[in-house]
Design a protein. Sequence first.
Length: 327
Amino acid sequence: MAQHGQGARTPETHEGIAASSLTTLATGGWCNAYSEVQSLTEFQTVFTRASGAGLRTLTIGEGSNLLFSDSGFAGQIIRNRILGRERSGSEVEIGGGENLSEVIEWLNQHGLAGMERMYGIPGTIAGALVGNAGAYGQEIGDAIVQVDVWTDGSVRSLTRRTLELGYRHSFFKSHTGWFILKCRLKLSESNQDLQLVSQEILERRLVKYPVGLKCPGSFFKNVLAREISAEARQLVPSDFIIGGKIPAGKLLEAVGACGARRGDAEIADYHGNLIINRGKAKSAEILSLANEYAGRVMEDFQIRLEPEILIIDDNEWPHLRTARERG
């Protein structure tokens, strides 16, 4: 894999770009500046330039798990496009800007098992690391050996035990200013047709997330049953608890979320934890729906739902702000 310091290209900066063009949810106001970087050198160039102009920075991947406010982002957006794949036995090194599903296809082709059930999760490797993405019993955190990052002007290598991995959580969610360059993963060699497994998983996902659907995936995290209060446990029907988790969608459906609409923002009529932009939804409409039904879940079940997505500048939305402060 190429050294992440290489790269002679001078990254272009686009001034005045709509946040709605950067996310799968397609909402949000204007951002001051936007650049794509393909190496650490390019990142440092953009970061230094933004710092000199007094702009705060935000690093993103493919925007599949983001919600910007309608006021946009007063700063520099930096999209991670660092690529690279290299195999050494059962271990691989992957660039942070690589597309997750494309990497899984590559792993499948090499007979490396451990992430095939995550196929179809949108976004980049770096994004998956931030949220410890997972599906159908697999999480990227299970495969992590090491993550190389840039922070405070230098490159650091973080081992798995330092990443504070948890359900849809990592160190990176609670610490800003860390730019993910690449990671090393350890998989298991397998003779199984892993791509067939992935295709079966993708077919299930497409029922919930049809191609072209403007949404960020699941809006709220599922709830770990062991973390709720005794009072809440008495309020939750026993059949809501599946594998030690309470699906947020079940709680939201129980309080009437399915089909609720505010402007062009709609909670899917077939899944309570899926908020969709049906046209030209505003972020405020998305968050209004989320707040209302998160509030109802709190009232009925004494469970505070926490967003799985990253909400950029969420100070206007009390239920979500409280949830993020607790995290």
